[in-house]
Design a binder for this molecule. Structure first.
Ligand SMILES: Cc1cc2nc3c(=O)[nH]c(=O)nc-3n(C[C@H](O)[C@H](O)[C@H](O)COP(=O)(O)OP(=O)(O)OC[C@H]3O[C@@H](n4cnc5c(N)ncnc54)[C@H](O)[C@@H]3O)c2cc1C
Ligand SMILES: NC(=O)c1ccc[n+]([C@@H]2O[C@H](COP(=O)([O-])OP(=O)(O)OC[C@H]3O[C@@H](n4cnc5c(N)ncnc54)[C@H](OP(=O)(O)O)[C@@H]3O)[C@@H](O)[C@H]2O)c1
Length: 759
């Protein structure tokens, strides 16, 4: 196996080796080369001193060194080199080297008569008796020494440069994302100006020409931005893994290829290397060092991409899911590199000895820390596979945090021998981690300065199988925004108080301060409990302003979340709220999701918006309704296609959570597909409430997602259409594929957004 790996490496690298053999690197280390040759031998004009001290005390050594420098190396830079060598001697042996003048008396004849020190006798110095004369290293010996050093230093510089290339790669990716976002913002600004032309009638049906995509952009969307990487599956898992959308896969693939290339090139090996005589050993050494350095250089990226408060999300507008994919792949690449690094060093030990030697290394602090770091990185990767994440999220999370901390610590001790040279890649990880935790805490404080005093109310309706969570939010300093999500900690059970789960804000409910009673919200007419959306003449008000009622000062408000109980925390929440309304103490960390989460194309800038929602995914649609029907919105048509199992859930949402003002708006349309409990589906529209459910159609059975998208595309024609999928994975994949097909058919104004409840 060992030989197979080596063989593969040699085949890959042989071209490079020949290149270097043919065109030798310039001798940059001639002075060090002379020094190196003489360090292999001992002179007998010194007392019993350590090897380091002997070099500085021995006049024979100094004369041999000076003559070698004079004979083989250019005089440029010699003074500096000698000064540095002198300082080393002073520091290590408390002595200055003899002056250069000690070789003044040597004539060319004397030099020609000096004994030539050959590589063979120099390198087996344990068998070479101490020298009692001045020697001149043979030209070939000096050449090999200088070349050995040239290549070794070249490798060190290359490792460093290629490590930094990882940061450059992501800087380019982020810059592209940032420019894309800025372009979107400029387009959006122009578009707003266009809509506000004097004389324009607010809400007039106009076709959004600015949104109709150019041919190139439409092609990009069809071939690169929207499709699944291969064929159809994107949200759905394939076995134990998931494959990100094509554009992310291409980015990740470019990163992986870059890593493979940079770990495979620039290895100037040669026979005659004084450090590692065998070509295979040179390769192992260089490859091991290269992979070790690049792996370490990837560390800050892993930490940055994995945090909730990743500043890059704010810059590019890409969501946590996107960065999470980057996080995983950078971590996987770094893990493979760490494994090669460890295998390489282990191999080199076994080339020199056997198990006893290997065990001796295990006793060394730096060595075992490195091996442990590699083993734990592998464990981290294995424990993060999709299947485990899905089935045992909390186990995954705790293991992930603990193992990551230990990896960072052991890596720190692994590179400690380099006197902090490589800590430049370790401290940023710690800093990013601390900053993220600090920002999480700040977000909690910003929500409610009296963190211990955030009350929440939960109700569970068995028929709907939904937990409703309402959290008063008057104290929040950061205004809730459409599409935002919050992490909620439930403090009622100390055992689980550390767990925090993300939930999408469905909307902000308001109650009058005079009648403030959280129970009022659940019993009252939905049109009262949901904010009213006063039409503001101000074009400059932000999206969040529009989400929140303008009368916020006078009223009290609550965040409303719709939670589908699953097996863990959400099932506990269901159990404690079963049959009765419960008041709980919570911590709220948020809002998250980039400001105007769907920028650079905010939903309200499209002509038509189609939501494809499944079950609790309706929360996303609810969250955007207020902005879509606000004054500044350009939307002419909003269609929600919602598949829901429980008719009671559908009934509840229609009657409580969608204000009558919106339901009756001619731009609004909703098709509810009740897929189970269909025998009572008419309960969704009870007698006497026909007027309230204006624009709502109830159907039985799953929606045909493809047909819904096709129909919306045909209706939109050349105008812009946003399709937002927020439901089960298969539903999202159906919607994605239908959008690609619509683009193929020439509906260029189509954009696809996926709001997934998993990562
Ligand atoms: C951005 C976002 C918004 C969400 N909004 C909603 C919402 O509005 N309504 C709703 O019902 N659900 C929402 N979810 C899903 C919700 O967070 C999970 O259902 C919940 O965390 C499951 O908790 P559990 O312990 O009962 O899950 P389990 O039964 O233990 O796990 C079920 C699934 O939930 C995932 N999960 C568990 N814990 C977490 C966590 N801490 N963070 C992320 N995923 C987790 C697991 O991967 C697993 O796939 C959202 C998820 C995300 C990522
Ligand atoms: N903890 C979690 O993992 C969690 C928690 C909340 C939400 N979510 C995610 O949020 C979404 C909604 O979850 P939920 O539990 O609230 O939903 P749900 O109760 O499972 O309802 C989903 C609805 O969508 C329908 N549907 C499924 N696939 C479809 C398809 N391909 N085409 C058309 N209709 C389809 C279902 O029909 P049938 O009845 O015929 O199946 C059902 O009516 C899912 O993505 C879910 O993964 C996840």
């Amino acid at each position: 196996m060992r030989f197979l790996v080596l063989h593969l490496l040699l085949v890959t690298l042989s071209t490079k080796v020949r290149d270097v053999e043919g065109k030798r690197l310039p001798r940059m280390h001639c002075f060090d080369g002379c020094d190196l040759t003489l360090n292999y031998v001992e002179f007998d004009d010194t007392a019993r001193l350590s090897k380091k001290s002997k070099r500085c005390h021995s006049t024979l050594h100094a004369k041999s060194l000076y003559l070698c420098l004079d004979q083989y190396c250019s005089s440029t830079g010699r003074e500096d080199w000698l000064r540095s060598a002198n300082h080393t001697c002073k520091a290590t042996a408390d002595i200055w080297l003899p002056p250069w003048e000690v070789i003044d008396g040597y004539t060319p004849e004397d030099i020609a008569g000096l004994r030539r020190l050959k590589a063979e006798e120099g390198m087996w110095n344990s068998h070479t008796p101490p020298l009692h004369e001045v020697v001149m290293p043979a030209p070939d010996f000096v050449d090999r020494a200088a070349r050995t050093l040239d290549y070794a230093f070249f490798e060190m510089d290359t490792h460093w440069a290629y490590g930094i290339a990882m940061l450059y790669f992501w800087a380019v990716v982020i810059t592209v994302g940032l420019c894309w976002r800025l372009l979107g913002l400029i387009r959006e600004a122009k578009h707003t100006a266009w809509r506000l032309l004097p004389g324009g009638e607010a809400g007039t049906a106009t076709i959004d020409k600015n949104h109709s995509s150019s041919g190139t952009y439409a092609l990009m969307k069809r071939l690169v931005i929207i499709p699944a990487t291969f064929g159809y599956r994107c949200s759905q898992n394939i076995g134990w893994c998931t494959i990100p959308p094509r554009i992310q896969t291409l980015t990740i693939a470019a990163f992986v290829v870059l890593n493979i290339v940079l770990c495979s090139i620039s290895y100037p090996v040669f026979s005659g290397n004084l450090y590692w005589s065998a070509i295979s050993t040179q390769l192992w050494r260089y490859v091991s060092d290269r992979t070790g350095v690049i792996s370490l250089a990837n560390f800050p990226l892993i930490w940055l991409f994995g945090t909730r408060n990743n500043v890059l999300m704010w810059l590019t507008g890409w969501g946590f899911g996107t960065y999470n994919n980057f996080h995983r792949w950078v971590a996987r690449v770094a893990t493979v590199q760490a494994v090669i690094h460890s295998i390489g060093y282990t191999e080199m030990i076994f080339e020199r000895g056997d198990w006893p030697l290997f065990m001796k290394y295990w006793g060394k602090h730096y060595f075992w820390n490195g091996e442990v770091a590699t083993i734990l990185m592998c464990a981290l990767s294995l424990l993060s596979v999709y299947g485990l994440r899905r089935c045992h999220y909390e186990v995954f999370l705790v293991a992930h945090i603990v193992l990551s901390a230990v990896v960072l610590l052991t890596t720190f001790y692994h590179v400690e021998i380099f006197n902090g040279e490589w800590n430049i890649f370790i401290w940023p990880c710690l800093l990013i981690w601390i900053l993220d935790r600090a920002l999480r805490f700040i977000r909690i404080i910003a929500f409610n300065r009296k963190v211990w005093n955030t009350a929440a109310m939960t109700t569970y309706d068995q028929a709907s199988n939904i937990v409703r969570l309402e959290i008063p939010c008057d104290t929040t300093l950061i205004k809730p925004q459409a599409g935002a999500y919050y992490y909620v900690y439930f403090l009622n059970n100390v055992l689980f108080a550390h767990q925090n789960h993300p939930f999408t804000l469905a909307y902000v409910s308001t109650t009058d301060s005079a009648t403030r009673n959280i129970h009022v919200v659940s019993g009252a007419d939905p049109a009262l409990t949901r904010p009213t959306y006063p039409r503001s003449p101000s074009a400059s008000s932000s999206e969040s302003d529009r989400l929140l009622p303008q009368t916020m000062d006078k009223s009290l408000s609550s965040l409303v979340f719709l939670i589908r109980p699953y097996a863990g925390l959400t099932s506990r929440l269901r159990n404690i709220s079963n049959k009765t309304t419960r008041n709980l103490r919570v911590l709220v960390e948020g809002p998250y999701g980039s400001p105007n989460a769907l920028n650079p194309n905010p939903l309200h800038s499209f002509s038509s918006v189609l939501f494809i929602a499944g079950g609790s995914g309706i929360a996303i649609a609810l969250s955007h309704l207020s902005t879509l029907f606000a004054e500044e919105s350009n939307v002419l048509d909003v269609h929600i296609v919602w598949a829901v199992r429980e008719h009671a859930f559908a009934s509840d949402i229609l009657q409580r959570d969608i204000p009558a003002s919106i339901r009756q708006d001619e731009r609004f349309k909703m098709t509810v597909h009740v897929t189970q409990h269909i025998e009572t589906k008419d309960d969704v529209r009870p007698e006497g409430s026909r007027r309230k459910l204006h624009n709502v159609v109830i159907k039985v059975g799953r929606p045909d997602v493809t047909a819904a998208v096709e129909h919306a595309a045909q209706e939109a024609g050349v105008a812009s259409l946003a399709v937002v999928a927020c439901g089960p994975a298969q539903m999202a994949d159906d919607a994605r594929r239908a959008c690609v097909r619509a683009l193929e058919e020439g509906y260029r104004g189509m954009e696809y957004f996926e709001e997934s409840f998993k990562w």
